[in-house]
Design a protein around this ligand. Structure first.
Ligand code: 6GU
Length: 267
């Protein structure tokens, strides 16, 4: 996979050269380039921003440096498929594990890190002629710029490329892989400061261990992320699952898992 990242703070992206991401690059699984947006300016001050039309606080990133930057990575041949242009923004669609899986199959991703109040909208309209443009958000909070979001998205995507994570089995038992949070984990010693590891985990009974872990996934997800429980497919739940969910205040109604918590004000 080829990845091009554009930013006015290229140093912000240097962690992408460390650890698993650095190794993926060294092994040729990812070809990552970080570019300084200011290298695509033409004025003496290398300026990238200007005041917003219509007024309002802050500055807006100007179109021309962005267009010149993005043009530098448009593939030459017309037969190659358009790269995906990810524009980190709190106004984008939410980046999830499903989006990471989808993007991990692409040949060429381009990331445009905005700062200030964002990028002149006409850049995104123009870019749609050369890229599949996807504004994407990490979640409902505001960062100062797209760089930290790109660190998170690139890490989530690249680790799904075959060969990047040494043991592919470690990808299958993770949070969000089956729509549930992951189960709690423990290591030696079995008793630590009066606290024992759940006994079933020492039993060697693999069926019981699997059931315990599934129950813990359901309990945790119900407590911390009821929104994820509501998205479960009831056809994928066994009797034991339904029993746990019932204890946690959920039941299947009209083909969906719903909260039946009697707590007034809850819904
Ligand atoms: Cl992708 N960008 C910015 N600036 N803020 C964010 C975000 C992205 N996701 C959540 N907050």
């Amino acid at each position: 996979m080829r990845c091009d990242v554009f930013s006015i703070f290229p140093d912000y992206l240097s962690p992408l050269n460390l650890s698993l991401m650095g190794k993926a690059q060294a092994e040729g699984l990812v070809d990552l380039s970080v570019h300084d947006l200011r290298d695509f300016t033409t004025d003496r001050h290398r300026s990238v921003d200007d005041t917003p039309y219509g007024g309002g606080a802050g500055m807006v990133m100007a179109a021309e440096p962005w267009a010149r930057a993005l043009e530098s990575v448009i593939p030459a041949g017309s037969e190659v498929q358009r790269p995906t242009l990810i524009v980190p923004s709190p106004a984008g669609e939410v980046f999830t594990q499903a989006r990471a899986e989808e993007l991990a199959t692409e040949d060429h991703l381009v990331f445009a890190c905005g700062r200030y109040e964002g990028i002149d909208e006409r850049v995104l309209e123009w870019a749609a002629g050369h890229f599949v443009v996807r504004p994407m958000s990490l979640g409902d909070y505001v960062l100062n710029g797209g760089e930290v979001a790109v660190l998170a998205m690139v890490e989530a995507i690249v680790r799904l490329i075959p060969g990047v994570v040494g043991n592919p089995l470690s990808l299958v038992e993770e949070s969000h892989q089956d729509g549930l949070l992951e189960y709690p984990v423990y290591t030696k010693p079995s008793r630590w400061r009066e606290a024992d590891v759940p006994e079933v985990l020492l039993s060697g009974n693999h069926a019981k261990i699997a059931r315990f872990r599934r129950d813990e996934q359901l309990r945790r997800t119900a407590a911390r992320r009821p929104d994820l429980i509501a998205r479960l497919d009831p056809a994928q739940l066994d009797r034991n699952d339904l029993e746990i969910l019932h204890i946690e205040g959920f039941a299947v109604q009209n083909g969906a898992v719903r909260s039946v918590a009697s707590d007034p004000g809850e819904n």
